[in-house]
Design a protein around this ligand. Sequence first.
Ligand SMILES: Nc1nc2c(c(=O)[nH]1)N[C@H]1C(S)=C(S)[C@@H](COP(=O)(O)O)O[C@H]1N2
Ligand SMILES: [Mo]
Length: 207
Amino acid sequence: MTRPPTVTRGFTGRSGSSGRDPRLPPGQYDARDTWPVLSAEVTPRLGPADWTFRVGGLVARPTTWTWDEAHTLPPSSYEGDIHCVTGWSKFGVRLTGVSVDDFLAAAGPLPTATHAVAYSHTGYTANLPLADLTGGRAWIAWEYGDAPLAPEHGGPARLVVPHLYFWKSAKWVAGLHLLDHDEPGFWERNGYHTRGNPWQEERYRGD
Ligand SMILES: Nc1nc2c(c(=O)[nH]1)N[C@H]1C(S)=C(S)[C@@H](COP(=O)(O)O)O[C@H]1N2
Ligand SMILES: [Mo]
Protein backbone atom coordinates (compact mmCIF):
# COMPACT_ATOMS: atom_id res chain seq x y z
CA MET A 1 0.00 0.00 0.00
CA THR A 2 2.97 2.35 0.50
CA ARG A 3 4.08 3.36 -2.94
CA PRO A 4 7.39 5.17 -3.35
CA PRO A 5 6.75 8.83 -4.11
CA THR A 6 7.49 10.20 -7.54
CA VAL A 7 10.18 12.82 -7.13
CA THR A 8 10.51 16.11 -8.97
CA ARG A 9 13.91 17.67 -8.61
CA GLY A 10 14.29 21.42 -8.76
CA PHE A 11 17.25 23.07 -10.43
CA THR A 12 20.49 21.88 -8.83
CA GLY A 13 23.24 23.88 -10.44
CA ARG A 14 26.80 24.21 -9.17
CA SER A 15 28.51 27.43 -8.30
CA GLY A 16 29.95 28.96 -11.48
CA SER A 17 33.10 31.03 -11.85
CA SER A 18 31.22 34.05 -10.46
CA GLY A 19 31.21 32.38 -7.03
CA ARG A 20 27.53 33.12 -6.61
CA ASP A 21 25.47 29.97 -6.24
CA PRO A 22 23.28 29.78 -9.36
CA ARG A 23 20.47 28.35 -7.22
CA LEU A 24 20.17 31.72 -5.49
CA PRO A 25 17.64 34.11 -7.08
CA PRO A 26 18.59 37.81 -7.17
CA GLY A 27 18.61 39.53 -3.78
CA GLN A 28 18.41 36.26 -1.80
CA TYR A 29 20.85 34.68 0.69
CA ASP A 30 21.43 31.06 1.72
CA ALA A 31 19.75 30.26 5.06
CA ARG A 32 21.98 27.14 5.29
CA ASP A 33 21.00 24.94 8.23
CA THR A 34 18.15 27.11 9.48
CA TRP A 35 14.53 27.03 8.41
CA PRO A 36 13.03 30.31 9.64
CA VAL A 37 9.38 30.27 10.69
CA LEU A 38 7.24 33.03 9.17
CA SER A 39 3.67 33.09 10.39
CA ALA A 40 1.16 35.91 10.52
CA GLU A 41 -0.95 33.78 12.87
CA VAL A 42 -0.45 31.79 16.04
CA THR A 43 0.30 28.14 15.11
CA PRO A 44 -3.11 26.44 15.30
CA ARG A 45 -3.82 23.27 17.23
CA LEU A 46 -4.74 21.21 14.21
CA GLY A 47 -4.25 17.47 14.12
CA PRO A 48 -4.62 15.12 11.16
CA ALA A 49 -8.10 14.16 12.43
CA ASP A 50 -9.22 17.83 12.18
CA TRP A 51 -7.54 18.55 8.84
CA THR A 52 -9.55 18.60 5.64
CA PHE A 53 -8.72 19.85 2.17
CA ARG A 54 -11.36 21.12 -0.24
CA VAL A 55 -11.30 22.08 -3.90
CA GLY A 56 -14.29 24.25 -4.71
CA GLY A 57 -15.45 27.26 -6.68
CA LEU A 58 -15.38 26.85 -10.47
CA VAL A 59 -15.11 23.05 -10.53
CA ALA A 60 -17.43 20.35 -11.82
CA ARG A 61 -17.22 18.26 -8.62
CA PRO A 62 -16.50 20.27 -5.44
CA THR A 63 -14.63 17.78 -3.27
CA THR A 64 -13.41 17.62 0.33
CA TRP A 65 -10.74 15.14 1.41
CA THR A 66 -10.05 13.99 4.94
CA TRP A 67 -6.50 13.13 6.01
CA ASP A 68 -7.02 9.44 5.23
CA GLU A 69 -8.72 10.13 1.90
CA ALA A 70 -5.92 12.47 0.82
CA HIS A 71 -3.39 9.76 1.69
CA THR A 72 -4.97 7.33 -0.81
CA LEU A 73 -3.76 9.58 -3.66
CA PRO A 74 -0.35 8.80 -5.22
CA PRO A 75 2.55 10.16 -3.14
CA SER A 76 4.74 12.79 -4.72
CA SER A 77 7.79 14.71 -3.49
CA TYR A 78 9.44 18.02 -4.26
CA GLU A 79 13.20 18.07 -3.88
CA GLY A 80 14.76 21.45 -4.37
CA ASP A 81 14.92 24.98 -3.11
CA ILE A 82 12.50 27.42 -1.46
CA HIS A 83 12.66 31.22 -1.42
CA CYS A 84 11.10 33.62 1.08
CA VAL A 85 10.48 37.21 0.02
CA THR A 86 12.19 38.43 3.23
CA GLY A 87 15.46 37.25 1.66
CA TRP A 88 16.30 33.72 2.75
CA SER A 89 16.46 30.77 0.44
CA LYS A 90 16.82 27.19 1.58
CA PHE A 91 18.44 24.63 -0.70
CA GLY A 92 17.66 20.98 -1.10
CA VAL A 93 14.51 20.54 0.96
CA ARG A 94 12.38 17.45 0.42
CA LEU A 95 8.66 17.85 0.97
CA THR A 96 6.32 14.92 0.37
CA GLY A 97 2.57 14.71 -0.06
CA VAL A 98 0.37 14.67 -3.15
CA SER A 99 0.61 16.71 -6.34
CA VAL A 100 -2.06 19.42 -6.57
CA ASP A 101 -2.72 18.04 -10.08
CA ASP A 102 -4.32 14.96 -8.54
CA PHE A 103 -6.72 16.98 -6.35
CA LEU A 104 -7.63 19.20 -9.31
CA ALA A 105 -8.20 16.20 -11.61
CA ALA A 106 -10.72 14.81 -9.13
CA ALA A 107 -12.58 18.12 -8.79
CA GLY A 108 -12.54 18.97 -12.51
CA PRO A 109 -11.79 22.68 -13.02
CA LEU A 110 -14.34 24.35 -15.31
CA PRO A 111 -12.96 25.91 -18.52
CA THR A 112 -13.67 29.34 -17.04
CA ALA A 113 -11.35 28.77 -14.04
CA THR A 114 -8.16 30.83 -14.42
CA HIS A 115 -7.08 31.60 -10.85
CA ALA A 116 -7.30 30.19 -7.36
CA VAL A 117 -7.24 31.43 -3.82
CA ALA A 118 -5.46 29.05 -1.46
CA TYR A 119 -6.85 29.37 2.06
CA SER A 120 -5.78 28.06 5.41
CA HIS A 121 -7.64 26.67 8.41
CA THR A 122 -6.49 29.89 10.13
CA GLY A 123 -7.95 32.27 7.52
CA TYR A 124 -4.67 33.07 5.72
CA THR A 125 -5.09 33.39 1.95
CA ALA A 126 -2.82 33.58 -1.11
CA ASN A 127 -3.84 33.96 -4.75
CA LEU A 128 -2.30 32.11 -7.66
CA PRO A 129 -2.90 31.68 -11.38
CA LEU A 130 -4.26 28.16 -11.87
CA ALA A 131 -1.33 27.51 -14.23
CA ASP A 132 1.08 27.86 -11.28
CA LEU A 133 -0.75 25.07 -9.43
CA THR A 134 -0.67 22.59 -12.34
CA GLY A 135 1.95 20.73 -14.33
CA GLY A 136 3.65 19.01 -11.37
CA ARG A 137 4.77 22.29 -9.78
CA ALA A 138 2.60 22.38 -6.65
CA TRP A 139 2.02 19.98 -3.76
CA ILE A 140 -0.07 19.47 -0.67
CA ALA A 141 2.75 18.30 1.62
CA TRP A 142 2.75 16.58 5.00
CA GLU A 143 6.34 15.36 5.34
CA TYR A 144 9.63 17.23 5.57
CA GLY A 145 12.50 14.84 4.96
CA ASP A 146 11.28 11.60 6.56
CA ALA A 147 9.36 13.26 9.39
CA PRO A 148 5.85 14.67 9.66
CA LEU A 149 5.75 18.38 8.78
CA ALA A 150 6.14 20.33 12.04
CA PRO A 151 3.13 22.40 13.18
CA GLU A 152 5.05 25.70 12.94
CA HIS A 153 5.90 24.89 9.29
CA GLY A 154 2.27 24.23 8.44
CA GLY A 155 1.67 20.69 9.67
CA PRO A 156 -0.42 18.62 9.37
CA ALA A 157 -0.33 19.84 5.73
CA ARG A 158 0.61 22.88 3.71
CA LEU A 159 0.63 24.03 0.13
CA VAL A 160 4.07 24.02 -1.53
CA VAL A 161 4.58 26.08 -4.70
CA PRO A 162 8.37 26.31 -4.73
CA HIS A 163 8.81 28.17 -8.03
CA LEU A 164 7.11 31.23 -6.45
CA TYR A 165 8.08 33.11 -3.28
CA PHE A 166 7.11 30.97 -0.34
CA TRP A 167 4.34 33.25 0.93
CA LYS A 168 2.14 31.57 -1.72
CA SER A 169 2.65 28.24 0.06
CA ALA A 170 -0.18 28.49 2.58
CA LYS A 171 0.49 26.63 5.84
CA TRP A 172 -2.32 24.62 7.46
CA VAL A 173 -3.93 24.63 4.03
CA ALA A 174 -7.69 24.06 3.98
CA GLY A 175 -8.51 24.40 0.31
CA LEU A 176 -8.35 25.96 -3.11
CA HIS A 177 -11.16 28.16 -4.38
CA LEU A 178 -11.14 28.42 -8.17
CA LEU A 179 -12.14 31.70 -9.78
CA ASP A 180 -12.43 33.28 -13.23
CA HIS A 181 -10.35 36.28 -12.09
CA ASP A 182 -7.41 37.12 -9.84
CA GLU A 183 -8.35 38.02 -6.28
CA PRO A 184 -5.57 39.22 -3.96
CA GLY A 185 -4.83 37.24 -0.82
CA PHE A 186 -3.47 38.33 2.56
CA TRP A 187 -0.01 39.60 1.57
CA GLU A 188 -1.09 40.66 -1.91
CA ARG A 189 -3.66 43.04 -0.37
CA ASN A 190 -0.83 44.37 1.78
CA GLY A 191 1.37 45.45 -1.12
CA TYR A 192 3.03 42.25 -2.26
CA HIS A 193 3.22 41.20 -5.90
CA THR A 194 0.26 39.33 -7.35
CA ARG A 195 2.46 36.48 -8.72
CA GLY A 196 5.80 36.52 -6.84
CA ASN A 197 8.34 34.93 -9.19
CA PRO A 198 11.67 35.02 -7.29
CA TRP A 199 13.74 34.87 -10.51
CA GLN A 200 12.06 38.10 -11.68
CA GLU A 201 12.24 39.58 -8.15
CA GLU A 202 8.48 40.13 -8.14
CA ARG A 203 8.41 41.13 -4.47
CA TYR A 204 6.05 44.10 -4.30
CA ARG A 205 3.12 45.33 -6.34
CA GLY A 206 4.56 47.05 -9.42
CA ASP A 207 7.90 45.17 -9.40
N1 LIG B 1 -1.10 30.20 6.99
C1 LIG B 1 0.04 30.82 6.68
N2 LIG B 1 0.78 30.36 5.67
C2 LIG B 1 1.94 30.98 5.35
C3 LIG B 1 2.38 32.12 6.06
C4 LIG B 1 1.57 32.59 7.11
O1 LIG B 1 1.88 33.59 7.76
N3 LIG B 1 0.41 31.91 7.41
N4 LIG B 1 3.56 32.74 5.72
C5 LIG B 1 4.05 32.52 4.36
C6 LIG B 1 5.40 32.97 4.21
S1 LIG B 1 5.69 34.63 4.08
C7 LIG B 1 6.43 32.10 4.08
S2 LIG B 1 8.01 32.57 3.70
C8 LIG B 1 6.22 30.66 4.35
C9 LIG B 1 7.07 30.33 5.53
O2 LIG B 1 6.99 28.97 5.82
P1 LIG B 1 7.83 28.48 7.04
O3 LIG B 1 7.38 29.22 8.26
O4 LIG B 1 7.59 27.01 7.09
O5 LIG B 1 9.26 28.81 6.71
O6 LIG B 1 4.88 30.33 4.66
C10 LIG B 1 3.92 31.06 3.97
N5 LIG B 1 2.65 30.51 4.32
MO1 LIG C 1 7.93 34.80 3.32
